[in-house]
Design a binder for this molecule. Sequence first.
Ligand SMILES: CSC[C@@H](O)[C@@H](O)C(=O)COP(=O)(O)O
Ligand SMILES: [Zn+2]
Length: 221
Amino acid sequence: MNALSSVQPAPPVSDASAVATAVAAVVAAGRSAALRGWVPATSGNFSVRIDAETVALTRSGVDKGRLTPDDVLIQPVDAPPVARASAETPLHLGLYRARPEIGAIFHTHSPAASVIGAGLLAEGAVRISGWELQKALASVRTHEATVEVPIFANDQDTAALAERIAERQAQPVAGVVAAPGYLLAGHGLYAWGATAAEAERHLEALEVLFAQILALKQFAA
Ligand SMILES: CSC[C@@H](O)[C@@H](O)C(=O)COP(=O)(O)O
Ligand SMILES: [Zn+2]
């Protein structure tokens, strides 16, 4: 081996305007979720893909409703979490690695998502059917479709959790539409889309659907 063969290739350099666009989308998504009360007490994390190799991702422990561009880090998709990155970075990277079509991932801690995940953990999923708003999810055309949102037990080992999620994502369920999101029991919701705008729409639709499902349970009780 000569000296040159041990030189590592330089990391990819993302286009500056693509970085700025992704960072601005992360900041906007955090602020928007905070206004809805979905990211209390510094909870939640947000990422937007910059290109095939990198994403813009929130820094750990900051108020997601008061994000500035300095709170958004550049994270390679195929590398360990960078310093100060979200504690839940492995959950973002697992999805970006497995699914190149995903362009943004938003995570919230709304009461409705946390409660439904805890209440239905034993069933392994929440099935959504009969709601007009479910048509806001990509590939859902009718209120008669059944949309499945998987539920996973919460785990502070987010790398192990990411592996369990990837295994289940690789096993589609016949007869239902897989939601662009999943629930962590007693924790919250992860939702994604091909773009930041689509992830925002999916997040809002799922959050409101969960609130409606909870309200209907109370109404019927
Ligand atoms: C403040 S409780 C919520 C955290 O434990 C975590 O679940 C979360 O969503 C935010 O973690 P972060 O490391 O700021 O991305
Ligand atoms: Zn969380």
